[in-house]
Design a protein around this ligand. Structure first.
Ligand SMILES: C[S@@+](CC[C@H](N)C(=O)[O-])C[C@H]1O[C@@H](n2cnc3c(N)ncnc32)[C@H](O)[C@@H]1O
Length: 314
């Protein structure tokens, strides 16, 4: 039996960040077990709507079984397909808020069959969408030592990446690596246990990010967001990894920093200063939440608001 429970991270801050209008249209890009979606629905009247995405069919099935609400549509898709799917619904430029609560949910981590966790022995899969793509086990078989080391270093900031990659390839000379426990033990055999941290923490995170192309998906999705948001619409992103947060931070900065009009050019300064987003800053989990929700420890929530559009003031 696996639990379906997921404690939503920074729930109040997310709903506040979205500044929910009671008849608005909202996107929950990462439905999970729908904790944040429920919070948005609670603020909406009958004309409001939430369109939620999740690439994990388990999340979509959960929604079907547990949410009976005409105002909610849940789509089984990676969020990178958002523009295409919203375009079909005539919703480009009409979205009042988009929430992205990145990473994996507790039910994904806790289900040994999904292969995300070194704490539960199971098949080494790690795909959020099990209907497509390569499992972590398949990738470790096909990748060479340098490719593995690069992934561990780039996505896990693992300083012992080369030693781990070499141990993986040595092990594979005799046997394939099919389970999470096999991989966790190989890593533990070459690096010392760190304080409060399993030696495989960084490597598992790195492989998961790579297998699901999480950083690429995030960047490509952020690039769609300005076009999707209505005037005054909000973007709220919760990230759990420094590289992820850097991508979000740089995206918001790029679209919110005012440029000075170059001296001598025949342009009004006010024209030059228009930016697509206003940076509403970042937040961390409260002291109370840090004590009750372990996942919130690494969470960083950033908010931005769509400012004036071409001809329209918000
Ligand atoms: C941290 S959980 C979200 C939890 C949710 N906010 C809640 O309160 O229940 C992240 C969810 O996003 C999904 N996910 C991650 N990356 C995704 C992507 N690129 N496209 C769609 N869903 C994604 C995962 O499958 C997972 O269910």
């Amino acid at each position: 039996m696996t639990s379906n429970h997921h404690q939503s991270v920074m729930f109040d801050e997310s709903i506040e960040g979205l500044n929910v209008k009671n008849n608005g249209i909202y996107i929950d890009a990462t439905f999970g077990r729908g904790g944040h979606t429920r919070g948005i629905l609670d603020q909406l009247n009958q004309s409001g709507k939430v369109i939620a995405f999740d690439q994990d069919i388990g999340a979509v099935d959960y929604a079907k079984e547990n949410f009976n609400d005409d105002r909610l549509e849940v789509i089984h898709s990676a969020f990178v397909n958002m523009t295409e799917l919203l375009n079909k619904r005539g919703l480009i430029g009409k979205i009042d808020g988009i929430l992205m609560d990145l990473g994996v949910s507790s039910p994904q981590l806790d289900n040994a069959q999904r292969g995300f966790s070194f704490n539960h022995d199971g098949p080494l899969d790690m795909r959020m969408d099990q209907t497509q793509g390569m499992s972590a086990a398949q990738w470790l078989t096909s990748a060479n030592e340098t490719e593995i080391a690069d992934v561990l270093y780039q996505y896990g900031e693992e300083r012992k990446s080369r030693r781990i990659a070499s141990a993986i390839k040595r092990y594979q000379q005799d046997k394939s690596i099919d389970t999470t426990l096999q991989l966790a033990n190989i890593i533990a055999s070459v690096i010392k246990t760190q304080k409060n941290k399993h030696p495989a923490t960084r490597s598992f995170q790195a492989i998961r990010i790579f297998i699901n192309q999480e950083l690429k998906q995030l960047s490509e999705t952020l690039d769609q967001i300005i076009e999707l948001l209505a005037c005054g619409g909000r973007l709220v992103v919760i990230s759990f990894h420094s590289i992820e947060d850097r991508i979000v931070k740089q995206f918001i900065q790029k679209h919110s920093r005012q440029k000075q009009a170059p001296k001598g050019l025949p342009v009004m300064d006010s024209e030059f200063k228009k930016t697509a987003l206003k940076d509403l800053g970042k937040k961390f989990a409260s002291k109370e939440e840090l004590q009750t929700n372990k996942r919130s420890r690494s969470a960083i929530l950033r908010t931005a608001q769509r400012t004036e559009l071409e001809m329209e003031k918000c």
